[in-house]
Each structure stands twice: as C-alpha cells, then as structure tokens.
Design a protein around this ligand. Structure first.
Ligand code: ATP
Length: 462
C-alpha cells in the first residue's frame, strides 16, 4: 500500500470533490514482467530525474491500462508536477533526443532512439516517443472546442481523461515507485471489462471520445456501460460532431480503421448512429463486409509474398471499401472536408475514378497482353490495385492482377535515353514512346536481354 509520508502523493490527494478516493496497488512486479528491461530502466530514470528536480512524476494513460492487463505498451505518457516543459528540456538533453513543445497546453514530446535491445512494435515510429504533460486542470470555453489549460493537480489531470480505464496513474517517485493510483474505479472497470466515461459531460466536451469508446470496446472486447452508452446517444442526438473539427474526426476514423477488426467497430458506430458523421449515404452491408474481408486477405497475401516492399496502408484500402458506394463527387467532397493527407486523397480518388474501368477491362475474355495489363495497373498505387483485387468478382481478373503484382509489375529495361542518343537518334518526346515499346516487348516476353533490346530498337527505327 501507499506509504504514509510519501513526498509526492499527498500533494495531490484532495478528497471529496470528484470521484472516489484513490486506491493504491504496487505494480512494480507486473511492470517488470511486461516491459523490457531498458524501458523499465528509462521509466525509473525519468522518475529519479524528476525527483532530483523536486518534482513528482507519474506514468498515465494507455500504458497503465495495459500493464494492469499484462499487455505490453510502449506509449510513455508522463505527468509531471508543476512544469513538464522545463523538465522535458532537461530530459531531452540527457537522452540526446529532440523536443517538440506545445506551450499552450503545457505539454512536450521527446523523440529519442529506441533503447538498445528493444524491438519497436510494428506500428511504432522510428523513434521512441515520450509525452510529458503538466498536472493541470482544464475548463472548456465552449463545448467541443479545444480545451483551455490551467495548471492543477494529478487528480484533475486524470479526471479530464476519456474513460476510467485510461485515467489511472503509476507513481514514478522512488519511495512509492510502481504504485497505481486509481481515483475513479478504473481497476474495477477493467475487471468488469467495461468502458465508462468519467462524467456526464464527457462526450459533450469532446465528441471524438465516442470513437475512442468504440475503439477500446472492440479492441479489448469490453462493453461500453449502459450509462456511458446513453451519454453517447445523447451527444450524437445533439449533433455534437458538427462542432468538432473534421480533422480530429478524420484522425479517429483512421485509428478505427487501423484496429485489428475495424468492421466490427464500424458496425458499432452504425448502431450508435455515428456512421453518418462520415457521410450520410455510407451503409454497411454484406458487400462492404465482404470487401473488408477481401482487403485484409489480399493485404496478408501481399505482405507474405513481398515482405521487402513498402508496407501497405491497409486503412486506405478499408477507406476505399467503406466509400465504395459513394459517387466520385462525394468521395472528393469527403476528402476535402476531412482534409485527408494528399497521398491518401490521391489513392482514394484514383480507386474511385479508375477502379470500375480497370476491373471491366481486366475481365475481358480472350487474350489480353501482359503489357496491356501493365499499362492499366502501373499508374495505380498498390493499395488501389489490391482494393480492385478485393472487389474483383471473377477469377480471370484475380489471376491477371496477381500476375501483374508477382511477375511484371516491377520489370524494367536496361536501355535509357542515353543509349538511344548513342544509337544516333535525336532526343525528343518520342524517346518515351520508343522506350515504352521496348518495355512492352519485354513484359510480353518477346525480348529478355540487353542485346535483345538493342535488336528490338533496330527493328523499331528502321
Ligand atoms: P492506444 O493504445 O490506442 O495508443 P491510448 O490510451 O494510449 O491508446 P492515446 O491516444 O495515446 O491513447 O492517449 C493517451 C491517453 O490520453 C489516453 O489513455 C487517455 O488517458 C488520454 N486521452 C487521449 N485522448 C483523449 C480524449 N479525447 N479525451 C480525454 N482523454 C484522452
């Protein structure tokens, strides 16, 4: 249990105002079991360094939730008493990292090398990220706006979080290192496998928490508790999303699509009348479900066959599946409204513009030359091609797309414009045409070697 005169905790404990009094359990052993040694050492180091500065520090958020469940989570989300930014500056120097500061919010993020011996999780960035926040209180100037920050206590900091299971902290101060602080019955909710909001205005303050509730519910196989579900319905009914920035909604949609079973989460969004936030005409039906499943199967096929190639953005393929029933104009408007990244936008729109036509042409019976398939598919991203594959309803199309990806999607020729000039040709736009013809001959298996290319060039120009 928590030691009595511990230097930091009593500063924060204000009984009676909100939530229940805290409960403390020692999680040190669990942390040791779940976290790799270098991460554990780093956490201890942060705690010790803060203490040297006379500050209390806590790990908070998803990491605490996951450690309690015996799950690995390398999201270092740290709350520091008084001034996180000042502390972050010191820590950045020690870790030789880089620092991004958000003064307005009293927060900072450090990016540093992954400690030696730690295998970064597949979706993690190239650097280890440490988020630091100052223990603070927020008040909302108007509902659904970004919060205005005031500095206050840990309890207040935890109270402004989304759900009880994400609102626990672990003390990093040496004397009570590893003790979990649970003001709002987060541990009980973890045990009961439920997602519970911290207060009645939670979704009014921040409607994106509705997406988060669904995401955690599906990911952890928990259940949103009935009271919280009512709050969600109330916020959806009040059209709170209209007051939320579209880009924040976009980020949440992408996060949902990056989950292991996004279709289930979308189904839940549908139940809560939330799908129409994306677009009023989006519907879930057998066909969309089938396309989601095929996108995933094709993604796995691709990763298995080409582990060395650029990792695919599966969420982009899911977006294509989700917006498949919309018109091109609708997809363009949707991309503009949510300000999708340029590369996402281009891929989504190219699928919409070319997908149907490509499938039709690839479905043609009889002989379709490999070079023809190449010219249809080469301009498209692999996400677009695989979404077409997911949409394909006949085996011929599937075979042709897979042959392109496996056999000749990456084919190139030896000959360049310099060779054409050396051959005595005058440079000009027709070079592209000549080289294209040589490439087509190679794709169609008519030529193979450098010598064949020269021979073919000779025939072309004479
Ligand atoms: P994940 O495992 O998906 O990364 P996470 O819980 O770590 O989940 P983050 O988005 O990294 O989620 O957020 C870290 C913590 O910040 C959360 O655990 C939660 O306490 C808090 N948080 C994040 N978004 C919100 C929000 N919209 N409203 C309130 N608290 C939030």
């Amino acid at each position: 249990m928590l030691k009595k005169n511990s230097p930091c905790l009593p500063l924060f404990i204000k009984e009676g105002d909100r939530g229940s009094s805290y409960k403390a359990y020692d999680l040190t052993k669990r942390m040791q079991a779940v976290l790799p040694r270098p991460i554990m050492d780093l956490i201890k180091y942060i705690g010790r360094m803060a203490e040297k500065e006379g500050l209390a520090s806590f790990a908070v958020g998803g990491m605490v939730r996951d450690i309690l469940q015996g799950l690995r989570n390398f999201d270092l989300d740290i709350v520091i008493e008084k001034d996180a930014i000042k502390f972050a500056e010191l820590l950045t120097k020690k870790l030789r990292g880089t620092l991004v500061v958000h003064r307005k919010f009293g927060t900072a993020t450090i990016y540093t090398d992954w400690p030696k011996g730690v295998l970064a999780p597949p979706l993690a960035g190239p650097k280890l990220k440490i988020d630091l926040a100052t223990a603070r209180r927020e008040r909302y100037e108007r509902p659904a706006a970004l919060p205005t920050v005031e500095f206050a206590s840990l309890k207040e900091d935890l109270y402004r979080r989304d759900f009880t299971i994400n609102a626990m902290a672990i003390s990093l101060t040496k004397e009570n290192f590893g003790q979990v602080i649970d003001f709002f019955e987060g541990i009980r909710d973890l045990k009961m496998r439920r997602i519970r909001a911290l207060h009645a205005k939670s979704f009014i303050d921040d409607p994106t928490r509705i997406f988060r509730a669904i995401r955690f519910e599906q990911r952890l196989s928990f259940k949103i508790d009935p009271y919280t579900e009512n709050l969600i319905r109330e916020a959806v009914g009040k059209k709170m999303f209209d007051k939320t920035g579209d880009q924040r909604i976009r980020d949440e949609i992408i996060l949902i699509l990056k989950e292991r079973e996004p279709y289930k989460a979308l189904g839940r969004m549908d139940e809560l009348d939330e799908l129409e936030v994306i677009h009023k005409d989006i519907r879930l039906n057998k066909r969309v479900e089938k396309m989601f499943i095929s996108c995933y199967d094709n993604y796995l096929w691709y990763v298995r066959h080409f582990p060395e190639r650029r990792p695919l953005d599966l969420y982009v393929m899911y977006l294509m599946a989700l917006t498949d029933m919309l018109s091109l104009r609708d997809v363009e408007t949707l991309c503009e409204r949510f300000v999708f990244r340029r590369s996402d936008r281009l891929r989504l729109i190219s699928y919409k513009k070319c997908g149907q036509g490509v499938l039709k042409r690839l479905g043609k019976q009889g002989i379709v030359k490999a070079s023809k398939i190449y010219s249809l598919l080469k301009p498209l991203s692999h996400e677009t091609i695989l979404a077409c594959l997911a949409r394909a309803e006949n085996k011929l199309v599937t075979r042709r797309i897979k042959a392109f990806i496996k056999r000749y999607g990456d084919i190139s020729i030896h000959m360049t414009g310099h060779d054409l000039m050396a051959y005595g040709l005058k440079a000009g736009p027709h070079f592209k045409d000549i080289l294209g013809k040589i490439l087509a001959a190679k794709i169609d298996g008519m030529i193979a070697t450098r010598k064949d290319e020269r021979e073919y060039l000779r025939k072309l120009v004479h």
